[in-house]
Ligand binder design. Structure first.
Ligand code: GLV
Ligand code: MN
Length: 194
């Protein structure tokens, strides 16, 4: 989804003062092999939280060598019954490969059709760009997956946080009308994200 590169590489200078669509390149003479290496996906994340979820992001912000190359990867770890809650990526299609455990992956199309599959190790699923999707560990042990994106910075709109934990908050009257429930239901959900 990202534009094509115009040169071999453009290792991001994340500290540049100029603001543009992407990042300026650090001087070619200062580029080393380490700029094309990222160790951030090698370790299991801490899933000791209410969602049983951890994500490590290998995007241009953590791995500046990806700048202009149009790709990135994440690692997701899930405790048993852990969830990567429904979210979408505005700038990328996502492919998913399970590297440990048994994971239910699903997305919903713009026609509101739910597509899903239970994946085991080595199996792959694809989430079309922009569609809301999730991953849920249906196995009895930990699960891990690698996700690959056709963007250096796919972005993530996490539906629950977008609606119930924005800053400043969306007024309750919007949410009670939207979900056809009373204030106490909205307040209860909002309190989980406080
Ligand atoms: C998984 O859905 C991810 O965005 O890494
Ligand atoms: Mn995703």
């Amino acid at each position: 989804a990202d534009p094509d590169p115009l040169q071999d590489f453009c290792v991001a200078d994340l500290n540049a003062t100029v603001s543009l669509n992407g990042f300026p390149c650090k001087p070619v003479a200062e580029v080393t092999s380490d700029d094309f290496f990222f160790d951030g996906l090698s370790k299991e994340g801490n899933t000791d939280n209410p969602f049983g979820f951890a994500v490590a992001q290998g995007n241009v912000l953590s791995f500046p060598g990806l700048n202009t190359l149009g790709i990135s990867m994440n690692r997701v770890d899930l405790a048993p019954r852990g969830i990567n809650a429904p979210h979408s990526h505005p700038r990328a299609t996502e492919s998913i490969v399970v590297i440990k455990g048994k994971v239910l992956v699903g997305f919903v199309s713009t026609s509101n059709v739910y597509f899903y599959k239970v994946l085991t190790v080595g199996q792959m699923f694809v989430i079309p760009r922009g569609l809301v999707h999730f991953q849920y560990n249906v196995g009895h042990s930990k699960a891990s997956l690698l996700t690959a994106f056709n963007s250096q910075l796919p972005g993530a709109v996490i539906v629950s946080r977008t609606l119930f934990a924005s800053n400043p908050p969306i007024p309750n009257q919007i949410l009670t009308k939207t979900f056809q429930v009373d204030d106490d239901v909205i307040n209860s959900i909002k309190s989980k994200f406080a």
